[in-house]
Write a protein that binds this ligand. Sequence first.
Ligand code: ZN
Length: 80
Amino acid sequence: MVSPNIRYGARIRKRQRAIKQQKITVYKCESCGVLAVRRAGTSIWECRHCGAVYAGGAYTMTTSAGDIAKRQIKAMHKNA
Ligand SMILES: [Zn+2]
C-alpha cells in the first residue's frame, strides 16, 4: 500500500503530488467532446459519457512522449 505521508525525497513528494492531482482532474473526451474523461487505472483513461477508453500517461492524460508519437503518426499518414 502507498503510505499516506511520504516524508523523504523531493522526487517522491513531487510524484505524490502528481498522483493526488490526477485524481481530481477531468479531461475532455476526443470522441464525444464532453468533459468526462477520468483516470480508470495506471495509463488508462475512460470517458464516463460515451465509454471511450484512452491510453495515456500514468498520471496525466497526455505525456510529452505521447505528443511526439502522435505527431510522427500524423506525418506518416501524410506521406503514405
Ligand atoms: Zn466520450
